[in-house]
Design a binder for this molecule. Structure first.
Ligand code: ADE
Length: 224
């Protein structure tokens, strides 16, 4: 509904560069052109009553059908299944993704049932629409496309890929406002640095994401 919402993020930073370099292509479809009547209406009141409006199935269907290269269709909704890194990994290998952004209280379920492959949420909170979620997915997928990141190694040790959060990072100066970086990081002892980083990852995961920690292989064999 708001193509202009996507403009600046798609023109900025590495996503903007990947698009400018034709490593990826993003086509934004303006839903409004498929709206009903002279007012190009996209929503209507819910059957059964209730607050808010529902996006009608037909404009959404026509928008999806207008896409030249049909692909894997993802709908963003607060009631979707939670987006995971593994979804992004999977989608990065798909040639054409169609990302459908809902607005209002939701979309007519018949559209979701018949024209969408997956319905996902980017978190347990309610946004005004799916555009911010679509941008999150575009950013998460584009960085996995070969050639986008200078160093392909940088997607390997990162948070979520192996079920642990990343360790804290420090850069110069070695002392900032009276706070020194941890001694071990300036010790030059790479064995100790690796062990420290591992413990930090475990500790962070345990305290910040007990849900991830409970699923982690490490939980049963802590290195601390
Ligand atoms: N639309 C509204 N809230 C959303 C959420 N949390 N994730 C994805 N799409 C949404």
């Amino acid at each position: 509904m708001f193509p202009e919402y996507l403009e600046s993020p798609l023109a900025t930073s590495l996503v903007g560069k990947a698009i400018a370099d034709a490593v990826v292509e993003v086509d934004v479809v303006d839903l409004r052109q498929f709206g009903a009547g002279v007012h190009r209406t996209l929503d209507d009141a819910p059957f059964g009553g209730g607050a808010g409006m529902v996006m009608m199935a037909e404009p959404l269907a026509q928008a999806v059908e207008s896409v030249e290269e049909p692909g894997h269709r993802v709908l963003f909704a607060a009631a979707g299944s939670p987006l995971k890194q593994e979804d992004l990994d999977r989608w990065a290998g798909i040639e054409h993704l169609v990302l459908v952004c809902g607005r209002y209280e939701g979309v007519d379920e018949r559209f979701a049932d018949s024209m969408v492959d997956e319905e996902v949420s980017i978190g347990d909170y309610v946004l005004l629409g799916g555009e911010a979620a679509a941008l999150a997915v575009i950013e998460g997928v584009v960085r996995l496309v070969p050639g986008v990141l200078g160093n392909p190694e940088s997607v390997v040790g990162e948070s979520y890929r192996d079920g642990l959060l990343e360790e804290p990072q420090f850069t110069r100066p070695a002392e900032w406002r009276g706070i020194a970086v941890p001694d071990v990081l300036v010790s030059g002892n790479h064995g100790e640095i690796d062990a420290w980083r591992r413990r930090q990852r475990e500790e962070r995961t345990r305290s910040r994401r007990p849900d991830l920690w409970a699923q982690s292989d490490d939980e049963s064999s802590p290195t601390t």
